[in-house]
Design a protein around this ligand. Structure first.
Ligand code: HEM
Length: 319
């Protein structure tokens, strides 16, 4: 009883610290984005977005994971902008949830046409998705506009890959203004959702020393060694609680049960080991760091002001 009370007190203290940090962070880096951006132009925007997002996740819980990932890709390479970005190798047959964002957009268009950007809808959707599955909440800064100038294959060069080394991952996130700690916290999104066989095939057949043998043999059952029919078979990124946002992802890494190579490299004797251990011990720290990092990620140079456009349909270029 006393322990539970102490834990809840320390969680509360962490939450207060996180709120103070978020406030400081917002005032320092978000001159253009603002949480009240649509207060006058579309006062019901947030509640209008929330409804279709919650309906979609209630229908299929994995959609929460897909929307958080879609926001990540959109922040790194503006995936919503051009259909060609959807078809770039890291996204093709992999990113999901475009239709849910289109549904939220059409609901918002009914109440305030031409006002709310797709990028903002996605940022709000990712936050609402996190909350729905037990993850943290945060105040979403708004005012992004939809880009018209994405490079056709930025996704090929800028998005991290499942076989990247730790050094490569750190440099990819650093290039976007995110620290190694942000990267570890954000990778904790792999506490939910699934991955296709071809993304972790090499790892489970490697007989390497950084994978638990029992875990590898279990994963091999539904992921054949030769590329073929099974390459799209799915496995949970967090084998313990694949549908809940918690810190089991980090506990798995300590046991060498990370699904992707890029998960396990975060705890393989390198510079991020201590962060992984910390998050595995302290779920409150993980959740507040995750919220902070999501805000930072949402601020990776979005077009604002008179740059970019407000799309009419998120998956199409305006006529
Ligand atoms: C650190 C570098 C990262 C790499 C290499 C990586 C790679 C991947 C891969 C390969 C998949 C499986 C895709 C598929 O099989 O179709 C995946 C799924 C996922 N990723 Fe990441 N990811 C990274 C970081 C992130 C970040 C920063 C977030 C969000 C903040 C994120 C959220 C997700 C989620 C939620 C899923 C499951 C999606 C679903 O079930 O639809 N990932 N990631």
């Amino acid at each position: 009883m006393v322990t539970v009370f102490r834990n809840s007190l320390s969680c509360q203290a962490n939450r207060v610290a996180a709120v103070v940090m978020l406030l400081l962070l917002s005032s320092a880096c978000q001159a253009k984005l603002s949480s009240t951006f649509y207060e006058k132009s579309c006062p019901n925007a947030l509640s209008t977005i929330r409804k279709p997002i919650r309906t979609a996740i209630a229908r299929e819980r994995r959609m929460a994971a897909s929307l958080i990932r879609l926001h990540f890709h959109d922040c790194f390479v503006q995936v919503l902008v051009f259909p060609s970005e959807k078809l770039a190798p890291p996204n093709n047959h992999s990113v999901r949830g475009f239709e849910v964002i289109d549904q939220a957009k059409s609901a918002v268009e009914k109440v305030c046409p031409g006002v709310v950007s797709c990028a903002d809808i996605l940022a709000v959707a990712a936050r609402d998705a996190s909350v729905y599955v037990g993850g943290p909440s945060w105040t979403v800064k708004l005012g992004r506009r939809d880009s018209t100038t994405a490079s056709p294959c930025l996704a090929c060069s800028d998005l991290p890959r499942p076989n990247d080394s730790l050094k490569r991952l750190i440099s990819r996130f650093r290039a976007k203004g995110l620290s190694a700690r942000d990267m570890v916290a954000l990778s904790g999104a792999h506490t939910i959702g699934q991955a296709q066989c071809f993304t972790f095939q090499e790892r489970i057949y490697s007989n390497g020393s950084n994978i638990d043998a029992g875990f590898a043999s279990k994963r091999r059952l539904r992921c054949p060694a030769t590329p073929g029919d099974g390459k799209s078979n799915l496995a949970a990124l967090d084998l313990v609680t694949p549908n809940s946002f918690d810190n089991n992802y980090f506990k798995n890494l300590l046991q060498k049960k990370g699904l992707l190579q890029s998960d396990q490299v975060l705890f393989s004797g390198g510079s991020t080991d201590d962060i992984v251990s910390e998050y595995s011990r302290n779920p409150c720290t993980f959740k507040s760091d995750f919220a902070t990092a999501m805000i930072k990620m949402g601020n990776i140079k979005p077009p604002t002001g008179s740059a970019g456009i407000i799309r009419k349909i998120c998956s199409q270029v305006n006529n």
